[in-house]
Design a protein around this ligand. Structure first.
Ligand code: PSU
Ligand code: MN
Length: 307
């Protein structure tokens, strides 16, 4: 393996990693294919501010000109947000994007891959991909789950949207041996709502305990990721049944228009936003900021343990 030549890490992030300072990886698919322009530019900047305020260094990842980027400058963030000729890159696409020098946004799966290559153990996202409803027929299961099975990065997310089959997603993660740690909750969150109707394996009281579990897991040689399920702050939580009705409308629309494969998730995200006239988007922003904050606090504790 000789991936170092393909990585392009900003000086600030490289220095922080070298000194064992807390760094939090952030993804770019949420920008390019999950949020509208130009609101995503404001989000991309603010989320980095949230990380810094909590005492960590942000490292947004992307593939630009075939380089695996760790840390983006403001022109690069703008490029990802405008999303012109910016693909959605999953594990299967990485080598092609790199070899042919394309631009691509990284999903949860590819952000985990790049974070591990760069030695960043923690990553904040909105929500993970998972087993889609009807996967019995379509076999549509996000590559995010396989990445969580194998790659040593802890992911902080507000659970997943019920565009997915949440029960099957949790079963899959159990089979793959991925710990699901509730962050100050007994409930597995459903992105916009604090509860999904499913529980978590453990309810953990603070960032320090999460950091200890990360360190212990990897010292034991138990490879693979960890999902830290961090619910949306209660004041921004939307009613589960109301959002469920919207999601059902979006699913019907996708079916009618014959949307398949990698287009499914971005299509559903955009439809939900349109149907709720942006109301869901306000919640989406808040949960993502909250994930960045909690990830940063965990990164701070993790770096203390390793000093
Ligand atoms: N779910 C969301 N918002 C997102 C995504 C998922 O609520 O932005 C993005 C993430 O980048 C995730 C990807 O990794 O979609 C999953 O896509 P797929 O289902 O095609 O694997
Ligand atoms: Mn898929």
């Amino acid at each position: 393996m000789n991936y170092k030549n393909y990585l392009s890490i900003t000086d600030e992030v490289a220095q922080a990693i070298k000194e064992g300072k807390p760094v939090v990886a952030l993804e770019s698919t949420i920008l390019s294919h999950g949020m509208p322009y130009p609101e995503n530019v404001e989000f991309a900047k603010n989320v980095e501010i949230v990380v810094r305020k909590a005492g960590a260094i942000p490292a947004t990842t992307a593939i630009i000109d075939g380089k695996l980027k760790v840390g983006l400058n403001s022109d690069e963030l703008e490029l990802m947000c405008k999303a012109e000729n910016v693909g959605k890159v999953s594990r299967r696409d990485v080598a092609t994007y790199v070899a042919t020098k394309k631009n691509g946004a990284t999903t949860v799966a590819t952000t985990m891959m790049i974070a591990e290559m760069a030695n960043i153990p923690i990553f904040a996202t909105g929500g993970i991909g998972g087993v889609h409803r009807g996967a019995q027929e379509t076999m549509d299961i996000s590559a995010d789950l396989q990445e969580l099975a194998h790659t040593n990065v802890a992911v902080v997310g507000a659970g997943c949207k019920s565009i997915l089959d949440i029960g099957l997603t949790l079963e899959y993660l159990e089979t793959m041996g991925v710990p699901i740690l509730g962050y100050q909750t007994d409930d597995f969150p459903a992105f916009y709502s604090i509860k999904s109707g499913f529980g978590v394996d453990f309810n953990l009281p603070d960032a320090k305990t999460v950091a200890k579990i990360m360190k212990t897991k990897w010292e034991l040689g138990l490879n693979g990721g960890i999902l830290i399920a961090n619910p949306i702050p209660e004041e921004y939580s939307l009613d589960f049944d109301k959002i469920e009705a919207v999601i059902n409308q979006a699913l019907i629309l996708a079916e009618k228009q014959g949307i398949k494969g990698k287009e499914t998730t971005p299509f559903l995200l955009a439809s939900i936003k349109d149907i709720t006239e942006g109301k869901s988007f306000a919640s989406n922003l808040q949960l993502a900021y909250n994930n960045a904050k909690v990830a940063s606090e965990i990164a701070v504790e993790y770096s203390k343990l390793n000093k």
